[in-house]
Design a protein around this ligand. Structure first.
Ligand code: TYD
Length: 205
C-alpha cells in the first residue's frame, strides 16, 4: 500500500516541524512498520537540479515574473514525481508542500492564472493527487510574527503576501483536507496526523 501525505500551510505555520514529529511517530509505530516497506520524507522545492536553483533564487531575492516562478516549480515537481513519488510504491510518503503551494503562492486573485487554474495545470500534467492533505492553519499575523523572530524573509514571505496566499488556499483545498490548528502543541498535532494515517491504513487493508 502507498499513502501519499502532504503538509501545506503558509510560511511560519509550523508544517516542517509537524512533518518531522509525524515521521518520528510513524517510524516507531508497529502498524506503519508492517503496512509500508519504507517511510519516505520529501519536500518541494526539492534538492534536485531545479529545486536547488529555485532555493538559491529565493534566497538571493531574485526578481522573476509569476509565470517564470510557476514554470520553475512545475518542472521541479515533474522531477520529483518521476524520481521520487512514482518510485515510492508500498511507501508512506510524508512530503512538505506540493501543487497546492504553487496554486496558493503563484496564483492571483484577479489576473489569470488563478489558484484554481494552477491546480488544473498540475492535474493536466498527470501529477498524482495526494491521499491525505494536512493543512496547518495559523493567521497571517501569527505566521508573520514567527517568521520575523526566526530571521530573514524569503521572497514569498512578506506580510501582505501571506494574506493573499492564505486566501488562495481557501479556494482550492479539497473536501477531505485535514485542518490542524497551528497554535496547538505540535505533539498533539503529530498524534492527530499519525491517527489519520492509521485510519487510512485500516481503510485500505
Ligand atoms: P518552505 O517549505 O517554506 O521551505 P523552507 O522550510 O526551506 O523555508 O518553502 C520555500 C518557499 O517556496 C515558501 O515560501 C513557499 C515557496 N513555494 C512556492 O512559492 N511555490 C511552490 O510551488 C512551492 C512548492 C513552494
Amino acid at each position: 500500500m502507498r499513502c501519499f501525505c502532504i503538509f501545506e500551510g503558509i510560511d511560519g505555520s509550523g508544517k516542517s516541524t509537524l512533518l518531522k514529529k509525524t515521521l518520528a511517530l510513524a517510524v516507531n509505530n508497529e502498524t506503519c512498520r508492517t503496512a509500508f516497506d519504507k517511510i519516505v520524507e520529501l519536500k518541494e522545492p526539492t534538492d534536485g537540479p531545479e529545486g536547488r536553483i529555485i532555493r538559491s533564487r529565493m534566497q538571493n531575492h531574485e526578481k522573476h515574473s509569476r509565470d517564470e516562478w510557476l514554470e520553475m516549480f512545475l518542472s521541479d515537481r515533474a522531477w520529483n514525481v518521476r524520481e521520487n513519488i512514482r518510485k515510492a510504491q508500498n511507501c508512506l510518503i510524508l512530503q512538505d508542500r506540493y501543487f497546492y503551494s504553487t496554486a496558493a503562492y503563484q496564483g492571483d486573485v484577479e489576473e489569470p492564472p488563478t489558484a484554481r487554474e494552477i491546480v488544473q495545470k498540475n492535474l493536466d500534467r498527470n501529477f498524482p493527487e495526494p491521499d491525505i492533505i494536512f493543512y496547518i492553519s495559523v493567521t497571517p499575523d501569527e505566521a508573520f510574527r514567527r517568521i520575523t523572530e526566526r530571521g530573514s524573509l524569503e521572497t514569498f514571505e512578506k506580510r501582505e503576501m501571506l494574506e493573499k496566499i492564505e486566501a488562495n488556499y481557501w479556494t482550492i483545498l479539497p473536501a477531505g483536507t485535514v485542518f490542524l490548528d497551528g497554535k496547538k502543541d505540535p505533539e498533539i498535532l503529530a498524534q492527530k496526523t499519525l491517527d489519520t494515517i492509521l485510519d487510512f491504513v485500516r481503510a485500505n487493508q
